[in-house]
Design a protein around this ligand. Sequence first.
Ligand SMILES: O=C(O)CCC(=O)C(=O)O
Ligand SMILES: [Fe+2]
Length: 327
Amino acid sequence: MATTAQAHMTRLLDITLGETEREAFARLAAALAATGSRQVDDLAWLAHARTLSSSIPAAVREAIRRFRHDPGPAGPMTVRNLRLPGAELPATPTEKGSVERTATVPAAVAVLLSLHLGEIAAFREEKYGALVQNVVPVPGQEAEQSNAGSIPLDLHVENAFHPNRPDYVGLLCLRGDPSGRAGTLVSSIREAMQLVSGEVLEELRRPVFVTEPPPSFGGGDSAPVHAVLEGDPEDPNIRVDFHATHALDDTGKLALERLRDAFLDVASELVLQPGEMAFVDNRVAIHGRTAFTLRYDGRGRWLHRTFVHLDHRRTRIHRPGGGPVLS
Ligand SMILES: O=C(O)CCC(=O)C(=O)O
Ligand SMILES: [Fe+2]
């Protein structure tokens, strides 16, 4: 573990805080957690968090800036060695639609990093528009294709059906899976497309795919037909959810299968540990999760999730009052 003021970088885009950064970040998060209304979704608290996000350690700001410029071949960046409450952490929540409204230290950490990357955002229809959401298994929802389940979660772009889907998804680990089995899978189109023929890539650029909203959005209509690969054919954006995206013709179906195989071949597994936060570029990479064993004894896996947009102005018409929640 690095102990100098200079944080140690495991990869260009990953960063492990040295002890000095770790303590400085912890002090900042504690100060933010104790500020004002202590409510994450309160605009005044959020404004304070935005200001403080410029005071996170320089090495973290630099890593985030590099990641924002280019997410690299694989698509995630991970910040490691953040100090979070250990033994004092409350029991892992188990209720449906669980969110973190209170500005706890972990919520403050997730918000500080997210606000340095861009603009934190949420959707009114999903988890009540809370900015910090809990990713925890929920009794009775084990078999659901949502983050409340514990069966394998198919690889997906977050909210692939939505025209204003997040640019980034942040996942902060408060409590790891005690069995060590729950892995977040991340797989990028930059790597996957190397394994797919030009003809298949051509098929994926046709607007012959539909994507249904996830259960977390309470169902509803599919998005209009769309292409799975958009933008520059050399370095496209990806828009697919292997559970919710369907092709309208047979060549499209075959192309989706080929793409899925390629994504699985290049996927990497991040087994997040407490004090680690991963950000996934939701335009370049897709993510999912392996199956894991459930525990409802208060010690089970617990992540905080945030969404980040780069251009707040683009969604202004959907954000009443200029707040962070899209309706
Ligand atoms: O549980 C995980 O590691 C990821 C779950 C997920 O896809 C999400 O919360 O968006
Ligand atoms: Fe997800």
